[in-house]
Design a protein around this ligand. Sequence first.
Ligand SMILES: C[S@@+](CC[C@H](N)C(=O)[O-])C[C@H]1O[C@@H](n2cnc3c(N)ncnc32)[C@H](O)[C@@H]1O
Length: 209
Amino acid sequence: MDLGSGRLHDLFKWSGIGYMIAIERDPEAYEEGRKVAEASYHATLTIDYIRADLTKPEHIDRLISSVPKIWSVYCFFAIHYFTGQKEDFDQIVRLIQAKLRPGGRFCFTCFSAEKIQALPKEINFGNQYYIKKKYDDQKPGFGRKIGVYISSIGYEHDEFLVYSETIREAFPGFKITRKNFSQFPRAPENEHDRAFSFLNDLWILIKPA
Ligand SMILES: C[S@@+](CC[C@H](N)C(=O)[O-])C[C@H]1O[C@@H](n2cnc3c(N)ncnc32)[C@H](O)[C@@H]1O
């Protein structure tokens, strides 16, 4: 199950998988993704592509009652949209706790809140990227907003920091592994791509059996 799946343009990352549930809120992204999901060249992969807002309790209730139990949940570069307030985050936690099988895994990627906290209030990476902190309070928690600019996207968007405390409290008993992007092979060649990319971590949480 892929939370905040986007337009499904990189389905190759699921090669070898027979079935997935993808969930996306944005109508345009959903329309585009629906065409990709229906394309015949993905015939070996069955996709249930569902339009839902993962912060809405009624959408979560509907998903809990309609989707099967699963072994893996992914949330790539999207979990930061759910940490604006605790009520939002509680909804995806409820979905994951209800649908993930014991022994199954929840993987997500996001900026390391600790690394961002250590940066100046505004930092520019060679005009390719910038990050502006829009919060004053340094305590970990919900609603710590940052503005992020990525030149290939072309505008600044807001997102929220994801703190280790938030994750550990929401998933007690899960075995947690966290890897920084700098630990992976094939680092970006450009120094600004590399510095920006290395602000991210991959988290892997395994539900107790
Ligand atoms: C930065 S994109 C990442 C897309 C994809 N996971 C990837 O790795 O390419 C974040 C996605 O999360 C979706 N999203 C944000 N808030 C959401 C919500 N409340 N419910 C469902 N999807 C949401 C956005 O519409 C967007 O497509």
